[in-house]
Design a protein around this ligand. Structure first.
Ligand code: SAM
Length: 291
């Protein structure tokens, strides 16, 4: 079940090996759905020398950035990952990409101010998929602390999946989909978490006084190359989120029992997707700090 670091920090997902593998595979899918752009096209890449990733998980986004960054100075690119837990960090809490600067990963709660050596240091702060650990009021605090990491003209790029919109292009909806989606929403609300992340992130960036704001909502619709993989990805997300949610709601006595129930629902969903297109919504919001 999701880790409960303290009463203050609740996290609905697990952090075991299977979840690490899922996050790394998911990175490929999220990149594909957003047009293979690690950094939103509105952010000028030429001048980027330092990037921080908050809630970095396994550090896969930073690792990919180090590998692909177009800047000719990419070997001196200063990258740093932060996460409230080191459970999914690579060994020695750093990422090694041959020919690039080592990428340190630090344990840090995004709800707390960052150490002084990181303040005002980054051209870009990236955040992706913090929703399983944030309450509604936390978004303002995470953004305020992230802003402090930025240089005076630095950018924030915050990406969230909207699990409340998981569906297919077929109506009436398959009851198994409604059940899984509502189970996750109800469990998050019961835990005090906030399942409606993408619009909230956008509203916070607007309210936070950022400039050059952009918002994209990416879906699988129209992206035929993703039609076969989309149901597999949705099934992976549901396998990760629904069993702990069932336990939270008292619909199962243990995660093992919940997993059995979820496999039945996923079997129905996968059968349905032989004809239907799995739709998912991935929101990216961008803003520039202009002090
Ligand atoms: C779903 S994972 C996403 C990881 C990574 N951003 C990615 O997209 O692959 C969410 C991560 O956020 C971290 N997290 C949750 N609450 C946090 C907090 N308050 N501060 C920092 N990290 C947090 C979790 O430990 C986990 O590693």
């Amino acid at each position: 079940m999701g880790s409960h670091a303290s009463d203050e920090n609740i996290y609905l997902l697990g952090r075991d090996e299977a979840e690490t593998e899922r996050l790394n595979k998911q990175h490929r899918f999220l990149l594909a759905i957003s047009g293979d752009e690690l950094i939103h096209p509105s952010i000028p890449k030429e001048e980027i020398t330092a990037v921080a990733d908050i809630g970095t998980g396994t550090g896969i986004w930073l690792e990919d950035l180090a590998t692909k960054f177009p800047n000719s100075n990419s070997s001196s690119l200063d990258l740093h990952g932060f996460d409230i837990s080191s459970a999914q960090f690579p060994t020695a809490h750093e990422i090694i990409v041959p020919g690039k600067k080592r990428i340190p990963l630090s344990v840090h709660d995004a709800l707390q101010p960052y150490p002084s050596e990181h303040i005002g240091r980054y051209d870009l702060v990236h955040i992706r998929l913090l929703t399983a650990g944030l309450k509604q009021g936390d978004y303002t605090v995470v953004l305020k602390n992230a802003r402090e990491l930025l240089k005076p003209t630095g950018y924030i790029q915050w990406e969230e999946v909207d699990t409340t919109t998981f569906c297919t292009n077929v109506t009436p909806e398959l009851p198994a989909i409604t059940t899984m989606r509502n189970t996750v929403i109800d469990a998050m609300l019961k835990l005090g978490l906030w399942p409606f992340a993408p619009p909230t992130v956008y509203e916070e960036i607007v309210a936070g006084g950022f400039h050059n704001i952009h918002r994209e909502i990416y879906t699988t619709e129209g992206k035929e190359h993703l039609y076969a993989i989309a149901p597999k990805w949705v099934a992976g997300v549901m396998r990760a989120l629904v069993p702990p949610s069932m336990v939270v709601l008292g619909q199962a006595g243990s995660e093992e029992e919940a997993k059995g129930k979820v496999e039945v629902l996923i079997g129905e969903f996968e059968g349905h997707c032989k004809e239907a297109l799995a739709l998912a919504s991935f929101g990216v919001s961008v803003g520039q700090r202009c002090d």
